[in-house]
Design a protein around this ligand. Structure first.
Ligand code: ATR
Length: 286
């Protein structure tokens, strides 16, 4: 800064309960170093009892902004003065910052992370966007449905074990989004341009995702939000029959991009070195 005091070091971090398992410090730490920024990104445990007051008074924490993880995404959204479209639709915010006037702003970047990953790893993936199939109806599914609607998919079909959860998402996003039980999947696979698994099935230690891809067009893109293992059975099965596949690690990395840009003023890249760094860490403690 010219003439005045030296600019204060920008502080950001990941807040949640617990936060010990978060890979966000690794990701933001990599970008801080790469761009030579004298800032910090910390792990900040926030207990359920203190959450409302913490987000409501974020300015007093000395943070420029923060990420929010489980279980505070809804509390954080409720504390915000301004929410982006995704956070409004999801009622949950994972990225917060204070604007010039001191207003608390919140975004949900999971859907953007999903899009950023596919844009980078499978350019042109949304050239044909007649029909997308989403397996699962949790928070990640909601973010991905938001993302697919933002890219103007003509039809989005959600398949879930629990009908009400799928219907709740479908009702929220309007007439292009439809809810189904798993047994109807075969009827729709044949016209899919995109197949996304958002369930925890196929994750290390969880049940397998049992699916017959027989009817899926060879041109369809298949992606999974599970990234441990990186090559899930779904992706292996899809790749073996010739479908293009994208793993889920990139969604985790890309959802961090908007926050870093807001807080530190540089739009960072998700590059191979970052992927390798996070993969190495996942190999140590999945
Ligand atoms: P998140 O919010 O992280 O997406 P979640 O809300 O726990 O996680 O959602 C996990 C998804 O995996 C849900 O769609 C869940 O189905 P239900 O809504 O019926 O619970 C799905 N899922 C988890 N285990 C499953 C299983 N054994 N069989 C079928 N679906 C399963």
């Amino acid at each position: 800064m010219t003439g005045k005091m030296k600019a204060e070091k920008i502080r950001a971090g990941v807040t949640g309960w617990p936060v010990a398992q978060s890979r966000s410090p690794l990701v933001h730490g990599y970008w801080l170093k790469k761009h030579g920024i004298d800032g910090s990104y910390e792990k900040i445990p926030v207990s359920p009892e203190e959450a409302e007051a913490f987000y409501g008074n974020l300015a007093s924490s000395g943070l420029t902004g923060c990420n929010v993880t489980i279980p505070h995404k809804e509390t954080a959204a409720a504390a915000c003065d301004v929410l982006d479209d995704a956070a409004q639709k999801m009622g949950a915010a994972n990225t917060l910052w204070l604007d010039e006037t001191g207003r608390l702003c919140g975004a949900n970047t999971d859907g953007l992370g999903f899009l950023g990953n596919l844009d980078q790893m499978a350019p042109g993936w949304d050239d044909k966007r007649d029909c997308a199939i989403v397996l699962g109806a949790g928070g990640a599914a909601r973010a991905i449905v938001w993302a697919l609607c933002s890219r103007k998919f003509t039809e989005v079909h959600i398949f879930n074990r629990t009908a009400e959860k799928a219907s709740r998402i479908a009702d929220q996003f309007g007439s292009t989004v439809h809810a189904h039980l798993w047994d109807k999947l075969g009827t729709f696979l044949g016209k899919a341009d995109l197949l996304v698994n958002t369930t925890s099935l196929g994750m290390a230690g969880k049940a397998r995702l049992e699916i017959d891809l027989g009817d899926l067009p060879k041109e369809a893109l298949v992606t999974d939000i599970v990234y441990v293992p990186l090559m899930t059975d779904l992706l292996k099965q899809a790749a073996e029959r010739g479908n293009r596949t994208v793993d889920g690690l990139g969604m985790l990395l890309h959802q961090a991009v908007p926050g870093f840009e807001k807080w530190f003023g540089v739009r960072p890249q998700v590059d191979d070195d970052l992927r390798r760094l996070v993969l190495q860490d996942l190999e140590q403690v999945p």
